[in-house]
Ligand binder design. Structure first.
Ligand SMILES: [Zn+2]
Length: 252
């Protein structure tokens, strides 16, 4: 698996970073290369094009939770496929229970009558839950609940493909499910929203630092950082944690 960090920012564009969007190039069915994207926040399509990517390269999107900075770019992606990039190949979106209703409401709020389109490509929505492994584009996806109110279950994700494992916390305060979801992962991206101060439903650096010995991932990368967390960048790196940057690439 090959990771490209399209967006690693918080909801507010701190540090000029784009909303969450993580591109995973995977070995798909019958050895074909396929592209799974983790989260597609409001600014994701802009960041995607800035890197020179074509949205037709996306085979599937898996969502950690239904906040705008993690799924708000989907209406633009769906409509771009219809009217601009003339998408023909299937698109699969995996998210929590309630995904279809929230996506329909978001599309209708931003682009009225868009949901009544006949999509020019097969669009499949999969609502998955903990305890089930969802197989999409050659990837095994499992989820565990985290603590971050978003109108549907917010989840941490584990994605296995080609003998490698990628894990992602989504947004959450510290919960022990983060230990299980990242157990033995080649890379665990974990939100570290704030520096010294505690922020509800998010992780601050002292909390992450205290829990590092409990995490059993091969590499850990902090993401979704606000300005106060970014001010501690060197401390974070000195503790052996990578810091996500938009545009960075990574072989798992
Ligand atoms: Zn959130």
């Amino acid at each position: 698996m090959h990771l490209t960090i399209v967006g690693s920012g918080d909801a507010f564009g701190s540090g000029g970073r784009s909303n969450t969007c993580l591109r995973l190039d995977c070995s798909g069915e019958e050895g074909r290369g396929q592209t799974l994207v983790v989260d597609f926040g409001s600014s994701a399509l802009v960041a995607w094009h800035k890197l020179g990517f074509d949205s037709n390269e996306i085979d599937a999107v898996v969502l950690s939770h239904l906040h705008g900075d993690h799924f708000g770019g989907l209406p633009s992606l769906l409509l771009e496929g219809q009217f601009v990039s003339r998408r023909k190949k299937p698109l699969t979106i995996v998210g929590p229970e309630g995904l279809e209703a929230r996506l329909r409401a978001t599309c209708e709020a931003l682009f009225p009558d868009s949901w009544s389109n006949r999509w020019s490509y097969p669009l499949t929505l999969i609502e998955n839950r903990p305890g089930h492994v969802t197989e999409v584009v050659g990837c095994k996806i499992s989820v565990l609940p985290v603590d971050h109110p978003s109108g549907a279950m917010s989840r941490a994700l584990r994605i296995e493909n080609g003998g490698k494992t990628f894990a992602f916390s989504g947004d959450t305060c510290w919960v022990d499910n983060l230990i299980e979801i990242s157990d033995g992962a080649d890379l665990f991206m974990i939100e570290c929203y704030s520096g010294q101060e505690a922020v509800p439903y998010h992780i601050d650096w002292p909390t992450l630092k205290a829990n590092l010995p409990r995490l059993k991932a091969r590499r850990i990368m902090a993401t979704h950082m606000n300005a106060s967390a970014y001010a501690l960048r060197q401390d974070i790196i000195d503790a052996g944690v990578l810091v996500a940057e938009d545009g960075a690439t990574f072989d798992l």
